[in-house]
Design a protein around this ligand. Structure first.
Ligand SMILES: [Zn+2]
Length: 206
């Protein structure tokens, strides 16, 4: 089974992808992880991709597709963070057959709120926020250290990232709907509820 998980930044898709991978015994594949793997091996491809990333420019689709081609396993997996655009989806279709696309849909307002409220423990890395706040403001429940906010977690940055998502990635919704592969889950629900809905749907395609 080959799944794709879609979702805006801070939609919780990374968390869901991990949980679903565990439950269904799938590999959890993110392009970031693949890239780090290639970088460790110091492949020529990794160096090319890295040179784009260093300058902050978008990595061309052809390189990302090459990265996937070299690394996608034959067995079952869930793809997290790819495709990000229509052209990437079309390229992907040439190399694999997707069984289901799960979209963890959240309104922009909720994403912005979640991002601004996110706090991270500076010593143990625990994450707190809108759905799971710390008991005492700015103090970690687990280790008592103080919490900080990531510099990227501000309104302006998240709005820019949402613009990119809404322009580049949202067209995938209609694309996968037309292929009858699209499944929407309300991303504002709690983590276990989201998981249950996704699992139920997946059970129908096995
Ligand atoms: Zn802590």
């Amino acid at each position: 089974m080959k799944l794709i998980i879609l979702g805006k930044p801070s939609s919780g898709k990374g968390t869901q992808a991990k949980l679903l991978a565990q439950k269904l015994n799938l590999k959890h594949i993110s392009t970031g992880d693949l890239l780090r793997h290639e970088l460790k091996l110091k492949t020529p491809l990794a160096e090319k991709v890295e040179s784009y990333m260093k300058t902050g420019s978008l990595v061309p689709d052809s390189l990302i597709i090459e990265l996937l081609k070299n690394n996608l396993p034959n067995d079952d997996y869930i793809l997290d963070g790819f495709p990000r655009s229509l052209s990437q989806a079309e390229e992907l279709e040439k190399i694999i057959k997707i069984d289901l696309v799960i979209d963890l849909f959240c309104e922009d307002d909720l994403i912005i709120k979640r991002t601004i409220e996110r706090r991270i423990c500076q010593s143990c890395g625990a994450i707190y926020g809108l759905t799971v706040p710390s008991k005492v403001p700015n103090v970690c429940d687990k280790c008592g250290s103080s919490l900080y906010q990531r510099p990227d977690d501000n309104e302006e940055t998240i709005k820019n990232r949402l613009d990119v998502y809404n322009n580049e990635t949202s067209p995938l919704i209609d694309y996968y709907k037309s292929k009858d592969l699209y499944f929407l889950v309300d991303g504002s629900l709690q983590i276990p509820e989201v998981q249950e809905l996704a699992m139920k749907k997946i059970a129908t395609i096995k």
